[in-house]
Design a protein around this ligand. Structure first.
Ligand SMILES: Nc1ncnc2c1ncn2[C@@H]1O[C@H](COP(=O)(O)OP(=O)(O)OP(=O)(O)O)[C@@H](O)[C@H]1O
Ligand SMILES: [Mg+2]
Length: 452
């Protein structure tokens, strides 16, 4: 007979404790312990099975063409070229960001059977959404159910190519005593779905909520189980959404997909640069255009800086979409190497459009925009500024310069300021004038004039 006892599990890293703890000793997260029932029945004795089967790798057939295309190019790219049969994708995101909408739109174009399992909405509510999204697919099936045994039975009955679970927090296995949404239930349900998907070769998209701390519930546990983890992000006051892979067993994690939310659903943004540049004010001091590689695509975006005098001893440094420590380093370099006195000023930095940039290629634009705002000078808005800034004030070369230049040319920019280290092998059609810079002072002079 199975017995059960109570344990406390960290919802972030699955560390187990017999007592409730305020701070996890394993991952240092606060307030992450939840009470769980653990079954402690006697284990069955270990038996070695008589029959086993294995194959030579040369005998196994699998091709890239097996991938199921969702027809949404941005989604397929983030997945690594489409859904891999037998794989499990975890789609996470804030409440109301559009997870169900994306999953539904993605399945609408799939030629084979799709089963949409909903634990949150009724069949009628799903129907209303599908009418709004104008989904007419004949192969789209809906099941309103939360018990996993029933769900697996329905899947076996229907034999679909893709199953959508909306959401994993509402699903439960009846043989466990824990309530739905607990770590044990989430983990066990996901493991079973993974096992079944691999056995029967269908793809599963699992929708997961993000907790208030910004984690997909039990992220570390699920990250290990599933094949792909995709995060759907966006600002509530912006209509665009970004899809980002955090883990992908079958593709790169560098790719992003960009969408805009409309009444008729999510619309793909095939040229994100146009979107991120569309709202820029003409000729404002402190605004500089730069280029950041997001996966294999260059995205042009606006860096905005606002520098104001500080009346207190401690000037403020606030950045949105850019690492605060990196900003402090760049400001120190700007002061020491280019003689721009920012140490006693407040500096506010923003990557327009809500993007988060980690690439050092935007360093130079951050420096130039800060200098321009401090000195109240305008940088020509047809100029794109690219380069990594070193501690010595030197401008270091960046990768993929050809692609960045081509994108700037395509969008009608007339001048590019780039590192001299990138001079070799660069081709421009002549429409875009390229200036090469070796150090920060040179770049400041070329963009906002002499620092006097
Ligand atoms: N009638 C409508 N017109 C315009 N936009 C709508 C309409 N209905 C819903 N939306 C948009 O769709 C979003 C909700 O999408 P969806 O239900 O797919 O999100 P979700 O991430 O699945 O949410 P939840 O976490 O609640 O399941 C809303 O935030 C809103 O932006
Ligand atoms: Mg939903």
């Amino acid at each position: 007979m199975s017995k059960s006892k109570i344990k406390y599990i960290c919802s972030n890293c699955a560390y187990e404790s017999v007592r409730w703890l305020g701070k996890c000793p394993e991952c240092d997260s606060w307030n992450s312990f939840t009470e769980e029932l653990i079954e402690t029945g006697r284990r069955k004795s270990f038996k070695v099975p008589q029959k086993v089967s294995f194959h030579k790798i040369t005998e196994i057939t699998a091709t890239e063409e097996d991938r199921i295309k969702t027809g949404i190019t941005e989604f397929d790219r983030v997945l690594g070229g489409g859904l891999m049969p037998g794989s499990v994708v975890l789609l996470g995101g804030d409440p109301g960001i559009g997870k169900s909408t994306l999953a539904m739109q993605a399945s609408a174009n799939i030629k084979n059977k799709v089963l949409y399992v909903t634990g949150e909405e009724s069949e009628k509510q799903i129907k209303l959404r599908s009418s709004r999204l104008k989904i007419t697919s004949d192969e789209f099936y809906v099941l309103a159910e939360t018990e996993l045994g029933q769900i697996i039975a329905s899947i076996n009955n229907l034999d679909p190519a893709v199953v959508i679970i909306d959401s994993i927090q509402t699903m439960y296995r009846s043989e466990l005593e824990n309530s739905p949404g607990t770590i044990t239930q989430i983990r066990e349900c996901t493991s079973l779905l993974m096992e079944e998907a691999k056995k029967k070769n269908y793809s599963v998209i699992i929708i997961g909520h993000v907790t208030k701390e910004g984690m997909i519930a039990g992220p570390k546990l699920l990250e290990h189980i599933v094949d792909t983890v995709i995060q759907f992000e966006g600002e509530s006051n912006h209509s665009f959404r970004i899809l980002r892979a955090q883990k992908n067993r079958f593709g790169s994690t560098n790719e992003i997909g960009v969408f805009e939310m409309h009444e008729v659903g999510l619309r793909e943004v095939t040229n994100p640069s146009e979107l991120f540049l569309s709202e820029r004010e003409k000729q404002t001091p402190g605004s500089v255009i730069t280029s950041s590689m997001e996966g294999t695509r260059p995205i042009l975006l606006e860096v905005q800086a606002l520098v104001t005098p500080s009346n207190y001893g401690y000037p403020q440094r606030v950045s949105t979409g850019f690492d605060q420590r990196r900003l402090s380093i760049l400001l120190a370099v700007l002061e020491k190497r280019a003689n721009i006195r920012v140490s006693s000023a407040n500096v506010f930095l923003n990557m327009a459009g809500g993007l988060r940039i980690q690439e050092p290629a935007v360093d130079l634009a951050v420096c130039i925009s800060t200098a321009a705002s401090l000195l109240n000078r305008v940088v020509d808005n047809q100029t794109v500024v690219i380069g990594e800034v070193g501690l010595g004030g030197e401008i270091r070369s960046v990768g993929n310069i050809e692609k960045r230049i081509q994108e700037a040319e395509k969008l009608g920019f007339t001048r590019a300021i780039i590192p001299s280290g990138n001079e070799k092998g660069i081709k421009s059609s002549g429409k875009l004038k390229i200036a090469f810079v070796e150090n920060l002072s040179q770049a400041v002079e070329l963009t906002i004039g002499r620092n006097t």
